[in-house]
Structure formats: structure tokens, C-alpha cells
Design a binder for this molecule. Structure first.
Ligand SMILES: Cc1ncc(COP(=O)(O)O)c(C=O)c1O
Length: 376
């Protein structure tokens, strides 16, 4: 059972201090090394992390970025997506997936999601393709792989590249293989709350294609391959040395953390099985990294309030789909255009899930939810 101390403190939605405490000595050593070598922009720790993360994902190349958003921006630039072009993507994701398309002056073309996985529905993609389609950009939302095979089949047939937004899916698997190398390239975020998070901002682009990697390397560094010579308009999107050092430490723990997340998800499945909630399930092709554990119910707002009253943190990912966001009003979408995404936005509720969550805390969350529904 939960101790009185735990109960008084509540159960946070995310407990980053607990994660940092557990690896603090390793982090201090890595950070001190950067302080000594003063390689604050890129440098040896970033290079080592790039090598290690590429290996982890089974990719030939990894480039460190200062955020997942900037990696996605460069991905669109690498494909020469520009004004007048369209990119097919999901309306149910964090807004940054669509920023990348908007930044290059192209148009996000939304396609509804699957009810079971919250991911882009491959059955609806084909009919959204036009001669202006320059890429398909699915997201592995909540750490659960998108349904890649049918998407890749469409890409091959229509000669359109696929870019994976793997910002939430470090180490997630599709048919037994870690996501990130199914498409032409993939982008990751190392925002602190991600499964693999920096102590600040960070991102990466991985690819198996040498020409894409070489251009990405230049684009993130002012479009230059030789200092003070600039081949094309570039960006300052370099990863900081300190983040490379931190990520190098954390990557060693990622598999263990993912196993712990899977333990938490499994316990939630068991504890919440008899409740009226719609629980998240892995598709037969997926091994989720369980970035988020998102349940669904039409009384979501009441349940959220009930959890918060009981000092249990929870979140909404995401309360408003992108086609209904003010910033994309000019695209002309209306309420009702993507009913599955809109329903998911009304019903979704993210429960606490992180490696440090104790059995007692998981049981408390389960019991508080059961109390809400009046079940034993
Ligand atoms: C699906 C998705 N795409 C892109 C991003 C952007 O990453 P960052 O916050 O590192 O810029 C995020 C991060 O929150 C995300 O969840």
C-alpha cells in the first residue's frame, strides 16, 4: 500500500527529480568533462552520442540538433519541400510535427487517425495524395509505432518519401525492429520529459543515406562544411556539448527505463481492465516505448478533476487537434473533418507513467480511478 508520506506528496505526472537523483553521479562526471574541455557547441561528447544513438537505432548516421522541431525543419528542407507543396500528416500530435511543414512554406494535409492506436490511418492516406504531395510524415505517437508497412507501400507506389516523427518513440519497435530507419529519415526529440531527455533542449535526425546526412550536417551549422564558407542558407541548430554529455549517460539507461515503463503499462492494463475506460493496446506489429499511457472515456474531464483532487497528476495529449488550431485556420479545415481525432481529443487522458513509479503508486492510481467509476 501507499505510505502516508507518499500519499501526502501525491503522485506527480512526471518525476524527473527522481530520475536525475538516480544517475546524478554519472551526470556530474559527464558535465564536468564538458566544463573541462569547453566544447559547448557540438564537440566530442555530441559526436560520441551521435555514434552511440545511430548504433542503438540501427542507423548509419545520426546528427545532433538543438531540438526535435529543428531536426524536423531540416528534414523538410532536405526533401526540398517548399511553397506550393503538400505533406500528408496527422492532425493528432504535438504541434511541432506541423511546424516543420509550415516553416518551409508548404501545406500540412491532414488525414484522420486510427481509433485504436491514435496514429495516422494508412487506409485514408492514398486518397489524400496529389501531384503536389512531397512527403508523408507519420508520428509514432505516445511511443507506439505507426502502421508502417501499408504507409511504406503507398510511398513506394507513389514515389513519395516517408519521414518518421519519432520524437516520442526512442527504442519503440515495429515488427521487432527499432523505429527510425523505416523511412528516408527520422527525427527525435530529447526534450527533458521524453523517454530519452536532455537537461535542456535537444533533438536528432537519423538516416541511412549519406548525401542526406552530409547536407543535414551542414544545414544545422549555418549551411557550411568549411568555416565561413556557406553553400546554402542554413541554421544554427547545433546540439550543445553539455546535452551530448548528458544524453550519452542517459542512453545507457534507456533499455532499462523502457522495460520499467512496460512494467507500469502492464500493471495499469491489469488494474484497469474491469473499468469502463478504453485502455491503450499495442497493435500486433508494435512494441511500444510507452512514452505516455493514454486512457479514454467520455467523462474524461470529470475523471481528470477527480485524479487531481486526489493529488494524482495527469495530462491531456492533446486537447485540440491541429486542424482546429488557430494558427492553422488559414488551411480552411472545419470541426467534423477528422472525427476520430476530434473524439480522441475529447476523451484522452494521460496517466503518470515513468520508470520510477512504484507498485504502490500504480495501485493508488488504479484505486482512485475505480472509486470514480464506483467500482470495487
Ligand atoms: C510528436 C512530436 N514531434 C515533435 C516534437 C518537437 O520536439 P522538441 O520539443 O524537441 O522541439 C515533439 C516534442 O514535444 C513531439 O512530441
Amino acid at each position: 500500500m501507499t505510505s502516508e508520506v507518499e500519499q501526502a506528496a501525491g503522485i506527480p505526472y512526471l518525476d524527473l527529480p527522481a530520475q536525475i537523483r538516480a544517475i546524478r553521479t554519472e551526470l556530474d562526471t559527464a558535465i564536468a568533462r564538458t566544463m573541462d574541455n569547453c566544447s559547448f557547441c557540438l564537440g566530442p561528447d555530441v559526436a560520441r552520442f551521435e555514434e552511440d544513438f545511430a548504433k542503438y537505432c540501427g542507423a548509419r548516421h545520426c546528427l545532433g540538433f538543438n531540438s526535435g522541431t529543428s531536426a524536423l525543419h531540416v528534414a523538410m528542407t532536405l526533401l526540398d519541400v517548399g511553397p506550393g507543396d503538400e505533406v500528408i500528416t496527422t492532425p493528432f500530435t504535438f504541434v511541432a510535427t506541423s511546424w516543420a511543414i509550415a516553416y518551409v512554406g508548404a501545406k500540412p494535409v491532414y488525414v484522420d487517425i486510427e481509433d485504436a492506436t491514435f496514429n495516422l490511418d494508412p487506409n485514408l492516406v492514398e486518397r489524400a495524395i496529389t501531384p503536389r504531395t512531397k512527403a508523408i510524415l507519420p508520428v509514432h505517437l505516445y511511443g507506439h509505432s505507426a502502421n508502417l508497412e501499408p504507409l511504406l507501400k503507398i510511398c513506394r507506389e507513389r514515389n513519395v518519401p516517408l519521414v518518421e516523427d519519432a520524437a516520442q518513440a526512442h527504442g519503440a519497435k515495429y515488427r521487432g525492429k527499432i523505429v527510425g530507419t523505416f523511412g528516408a529519415m527520422s527525427c527525435f526529440s530529447f526534450y527533458p520529459g521524453k523517454n530519452l531527455g536532455a537537461c535542456g533542449e535537444g533533438g536528432a535526425l537519423i538516416t541511412n543515406h549519406e548525401p542526406l546526412a552530409a547536407r543535414a550536417r551542414a544545414l544545422r551549422d549555418h549551411g557550411s562544411t568549411r568555416r565561413y564558407y556557406h553553400d546554402e542558407v542554413g541554421f544554427n541548430y547545433r546540439m550543445e556539448g553539455l546535452q551530448g554529455a548528458v544524453l550519452g549517460v542517459k542512453l545507457k539507461h534507456l533499455d532499462h527505463w523502457t522495460r520499467e515503463r512496460r512494467r507500469v503499462a502492464q500493471r495499469y492494463h491489469e488494474l484497469l481492465a474491469g473499468t469502463p475506460l478504453q485502455l491503450p493496446r499495442e497493435a500486433d506489429y508494435a512494441q511500444s516505448a510507452w512514452h505516455l499511457y493514454v486512457v479514454r472515456h467520455r467523462r474524461r474531464d470529470g475523471l481528470k478533476k477527480h485524479l487531481e483532487t486526489n493529488r494524482i497528476g495527469c495530462g491531456l495529449h492533446y486537447p485540440l487537434p491541429l486542424h482546429l488550431q488557430q494558427c492553422f485556420a488559414s488551411l480552411g479545415y472545419q470541426a467534423g473533418d477528422f472525427p476520430v481525432a476530434e473524439k480522441a481529443a475529447r476523451e484522452c487522458l494521460s496517466l503518470p507513467i515513468y520508470p520510477e513509479l512504484t507498485e504502490a503508486q500504480i495501485e493508488t492510481v488504479g484505486q482512485v480511478i475505480k472509486d470514480f467509476f464506483g467500482s470495487p
